[in-house]
Design a protein around this ligand. Structure first.
Ligand SMILES: NC(=O)c1ccc[n+]([C@@H]2O[C@H](COP(=O)([O-])OP(=O)(O)OC[C@H]3O[C@@H](n4cnc5c(N)ncnc54)[C@H](O)[C@@H]3O)[C@@H](O)[C@H]2O)c1
Length: 405
């Protein structure tokens, strides 16, 4: 229900991908007039045609609502507005092991000609601490406006879980960071129109750091799980049983080891902390190194398993970075398959969620004459079919070796 104090704003969302599009839809649903801006012309066309280009069932239903359709359009360049929300990628520069802010800089530059007094710019992209102050503020001030006085800037990082975006974007608590209280409250007003979780107000640098701490917390604890698993392997004990028992302790919650860390941002964001304070980010660096080594270890394990088989045929299932999603960015399973192929193995790689990687028919069919089936990502639909047909799958394989990760 629209609050009596609600004021509709014109909001330009720059970057309409996994983060920007859900925000744009929710803002349109809240009654704002939203312009989605993307340099990808296919995305612009899809939004204008009412087609969701990311796989999120509930969001398609929102996109189909007449009120939303009325309130959202897309185009390839920004235009004047009350509020600008930037949600463009911030990948890792692998060579420098630091953030690549080029797309955030380009997006910020693209809106400068359209800025006017009283505007609010919100950065949702994940960035290293101090980015708002040292990179974004000087760029925006080229407009002649002064941050915190005639132009407002806030950093409101996103916490959504792909696969459950609609629920999370509405119900998660949200960090609202800005250098002064006026900018903070302007940003909080915007999010209050669709967020039902708490709005947690802080300064911009803390907001930048909080987002990175959240993902780094996951990364470090998964690294601990992976390290425990390696020791358990040496001791020849069952790591699953050991973790289950340890977690009976009232203050212990050990995360499961795994081939990946369950997100495309999680393997990247810890580097953004190291970038600003390499001297102190020692545990963070060690954890990243441990998790980064897992695909090589898994590929070596598969290589050892098929040793002795002449020209083995490997079937790998799972290319997404985690179960039940289609996103392959930074995916460890993609790296594992790349490594196996680089060793000279024949690998058929399938993922029913990823366009172009679907099984021709069934898992059983895909495994005919194979020497090794590696279940790299345990999508529910894959595991249901696998568990129901395991005997038949083993029967059609040349060498019925099945590895589950
Ligand atoms: N995907 C997630 O689950 C998630 C969660 C939390 C935070 N984040 C962060 O949010 C940010 C965006 O990530 P994403 O997953 O939405 O990326 P994405 O690749 O899905 O979408 C970004 C979009 O921005 C567009 N773009 C790039 N440069 C542009 C420009 N100059 N002008 C207009 N459009 C431009 C791209 O074409 C793309 O469609 C990143 O910083 C990411 O780390 C992502």
């Amino acid at each position: 229900m629209v609050s009596p104090n609600f004021t509709s704003r014109k909001i330009v969302v720059i970057g309409t991908g996994y983060v920007g599009l859900p925000a744009a839809l929710l803002l349109a649903r809240a009654g704002h007039s939203v312009v989605g801006v993307d340099i990808d012309e296919n995305i612009v066309q899809a939004i204008n045609a009412g087609i969701l280009h990311i796989k999120e069932d509930q969001l398609q239903a929102i996109m189909d609502e007449p009120e939303v359709k009325k309130n959202i359009t897309a185009q390839s360049a920004p235009c004047p507005a009350d509020i600008f929300l930037i949600a463009v990628p911030t990948p890792l520069d692998v060579q420098k092991q630091a953030s690549d802010l080029s797309m955030v800089i380009e997006a910020t530059e693209s809106l400068i000609p359209h800025l006017r007094e009283g505007n609010l710019v919100i950065l949702e992209s994940t960035v290293p601490p101090l980015t708002c102050r040292t990179t974004i503020t000087p760029l925006l001030q080229r407009s002649g406006l002064k941050i915190g006085e005639t132009l407002h800037l806030a950093h409101c990082p996103e916490r959504i879980l792909p696969g459950d975006v609609f629920h999370e974007i509405v119900h998660n608590d949200r960090i609202i960071g800005a250098e002064n209280s006026k900018s903070r409250s302007m940003a909080a007003d915007v999010y209050s129109t669709f967020v039902q979780g708490d709005l947690l107000l802080t300064d911009d640098v803390t907001a930048e750091m909080v987002k990175l701490m959240e993902n780094t917390y996951r990364d470090v604890n998964i690294a601990l799980g992976n390290e425990f698993a390696a020791v358990a392997h040496t001791l020849q004990i069952d790591i699953g049983e050991a973790i289950r028992l340890a977690n009976q302790h009232p203050r212990v919650d050990i995360l499961n080891p795994g081939i990946g860390v369950g997100g495309h941002c999680i393997p990247i964001d810890p580097w953004f902390i190291k970038e600003v304070d390499p001297t102190n980010a020692r545990l963070i660096f060690a954890a990243r190194t441990i998790n980064d080594e897992i695909p090589t270890k898994v590929a070596a394990h598969i290589r050892d398993t098929v040793r002795g088989i002449e020209n083995p045929q490997i079937v790998a299932i799972g290319a997404a970075y985690k179960e039940n999603t289609a996103d392959t960015r930074e995916s460890p399973s993609v790296e594992i398959v790349r490594l196996l192929r680089s060793y000279g193995f024949r690998v058929n790689h399938f993922d029913p969620f990823v366009e172009g990687m679907e099984f021709p028919t069934t898992i059983e069919d895909a495994c005919k004459n194979a020497d090794c089936l590696a279940l790299l990502v345990k999508h529910k639909i894959v595991m249901d079919e696998f568990n129901a047909k395991r005997t038949e799958i083993e029967n059609v394989m040349k060498t019925p070796t099945i590895l589950q990760f």
